[in-house]
Design a protein around this ligand. Structure first.
Ligand code: IPD
Ligand code: CA
Ligand code: CA
Length: 264
């Protein structure tokens, strides 16, 4: 585990917000079968979790700016620090009673992510990373997978929501990766996709049309676990591009080459 004042602040905030989220998730099964469905209930759970995070982080670091999924941008007096907060990543899974979602908090300093926490409250898995201090899952130090052969690699990708993104392009990319790799997954939480690459469960992950709160924490996790993360076109910083391609050095290079070839 990482023991630093910053990590304590982040982990405390995330754990505090997770209590309500876990409780609310327990209600989902009942709402699932009701006619109205759990939609409004989930939005309320999401907003409540964000409020807890916002309060805790503001109390601990009053001057920092924030980019929050639900309440937008909060300008800070300290212009070099910005929190990127997703109170519930994997909303669609949560809504459908699929136990795969997380809280994600990343800290950006001068354009670079320097710390990240991703917490899966159902599995009680806490992923943390801080620049220069490594990445951990609970108390275990993380390392990206060592696979070298694309034929053995398990890749995750993200599909854009209805009405957004470029569906035909994604289908072409998935077809190309499927044709040469060991398997593909659409898991439904960008934050956990990145965390799973960091801990070697997944070998590769790529997605476009993301937001900074989806990926800030995960970017530092993958890097501190020895992996490579770039934008999906392989050329730029993922946080600015709001897209990602990641994996170990060799497989990341191969993935980017496949995506570039598909997109001509
Ligand atoms: C979504 C999830 C999903 C990704 C979407 C995100 P949300 O976040 O991370 O895996 O494909 O692009 O918007 O809406 O569940 O917070
Ligand atoms: Ca969200
Ligand atoms: Ca999200």
């Amino acid at each position: 585990m990482i023991s630093s004042p910053l990590m304590t602040v982040m982990v405390d905030a995330v754990r505090k917000a997770s209590r309500g989220l876990r409780r609310d998730y327990g209600e989902i099964e009942n709402l699932q079968v009701s006619r109205k469905g759990p939609g409004d209930f989930v939005s309320a759970a999401d907003r409540k979790a964000e409020e807890v995070l916002r309060d805790a982080l503001t109390k601990a670091r009053p001057g920092y700016g924030m980019v929050l999924e639900e309440s937008g941008i909060v300008e800070g007096t300290d212009k070099s620090h910005v929190w990127h907060v997703d109170p519930l990543d994997g909303t669609s899974n949560f809504l459908h009673g699929i136990p795969h979602f997380a809280i994600s908090v990343g800290l950006e300093r001068e354009g670079q992510v320097v710390a990240g926490v991703i917490y899966d409250p159902v599995k009680d898995e806490l992923f943390v990373a801080e620049r220069g201090k490594g990445a951990y899952l609970n108390n275990r130090r993380l390392r990206v997978s060592g696979r070298v052969d694309m034929a053995d690699a398990l890749s995750a990708y993200g599909t854009p929501y209805l009405g957004r993104g470029n569906h035909p392009r994604l289908l072409r990319e998935v077809a190309a990766v499927m044709a040469v790799s060991g398997g593909t997954r659409r898991m439904g939480s960008a934050a956990l996709d990145l965390a799973y690459v960091a801990c070697g469960r997944l070998d590769l992950y790529w997605e476009r049309d993301l937001q900074t709160w989806d990926i800030a924490a995960g970017i530092i996790l993958v890097r501190e676990a020895g992996g490579f993360v770039t934008s999906a076109d392989g050329a730029s910083e993922p946080l600015a591009a709001k897209s990602v391609a990641c994996g170990n050095e060799g497989l990341h290079r191969e993935l980017v080459a496949i995506l570039r070839k598909v997109n001509g």
